[in-house]
Ligand binder design. Structure first.
Ligand code: ATP
Length: 251
């Protein structure tokens, strides 16, 4: 059913997928005089009975606020949102695919993979520069758009390093919901920092199956060191190292 919201009409088309707290659907966005603005993705919060519902609504609101605050080519942009009522939602660009599907297709060339890694690192470097930690980096949360750009998505566990206020429930959720493979050892003790994202990025690079390129394994080993202090100091440093590997191998 079409929904009128301010100057827009939203026409739900079909469900794309389910997340832990709701679903994502394809929608057509029209302006109120019937002009079509385009096809987008809408994430809808739909969690009914839980004693922590209010906590999760606040988490959803934070997800919207933080993602809307991040304007970068390699971060999925949010356009309009509706945070009142029982089923808050937000509208974002519609992706064609994600990094899991792309890797699974077997069609990515070495150069495609290196370009994808660079885009992911650039997106996360921007986040860190703005004091956000993603805390759930993995190939499923890297979406590919029609123009070939990869963008970071799913800000559900993003934390603003400046804001101390975060309920224990959400921190627990972060350590329970994270995918174990991408979780740094300190995460199991509830400790997060830029370094936990750096660890996840190292595992994501490992997933790209590029070990044949001299230097890539060193990049992975350093970023996934057990001790956070042994990892790269920043994602910018990882980017710099990646550029050197690309150049050094004439790629
Ligand atoms: N902008 C988008 N365009 C196309 N598909 C999307 C978009 N955002 C999410 N999806 C897809 O919708 C599904 C659910 O996404 P969502 O981010 O809610 O998943 P999730 O990681 O399980 O969420 P959560 O961590 O909040 O539980 C996934 O399959 C995802 O690929």
């Amino acid at each position: 059913m079409d929904e009128a919201h301010g100057n827009y009409v939203i026409k739900p088309l079909n469900r794309i997928g389910r997340g832990g707290f709701g679903y994502v659907e394809k929608v057509e966005l029209q302006n109120s005089n019937g002009g079509i603005c385009g096809i987008y993705a809408r994430k809808v919060f739909a969690l009914q009975d839980t004693s922590y519902r209010d906590e999760f609504i606040r988490r959803f609101e934070r997800e919207v606020t933080y993602q809307a605050d991040c304007l970068h080519t390699n971060i999925v942009p949010i356009y309009i949102h509706h945070l009142e009522g029982d089923t808050p939602w937000f509208v974002m660009d519609l992706a064609e695919s994600d990094l899991v599907a792309e890797l699974g297709s077997g069609k990515l060339t070495i150069r495609d993979k290196l370009t994808a890694i660079k885009m992911v690192l650039q997106g996360v470097a921007y986040l860190h520069d703005h004091d956000y930690w993603h805390r759930d980096l993995k190939p499923q949360n890297v979406l590919r758009f029609a123009d070939g750009t990869y963008k970071i998505s799913d800000f559900g566990l993003v934390k603003n390093a400046d804001k101390k206020a975060e309920s224990e429930v959400i921190t627990k959720v972060a350590s329970i919901m994270g995918t174990e493979r991408y979780m740094a050892p300190e995460v199991f003790a509830g400790i997060y920092s830029e370094k936990t994202d750096i660890f996840a990025l190292g595992v994501l690079i490992e997933d790209m199956d590029l070990s044949a390129i001299p230097g890539i394994d060193d990049l992975i080993t350093k970023s996934t060191a057990r001790k956070p202090t042994k990892r790269h100091t920043s994602v910018h440093e990882m980017l710099h190292e990646l550029e050197k590997i690309i150049k050094g191998n004439g790629l």
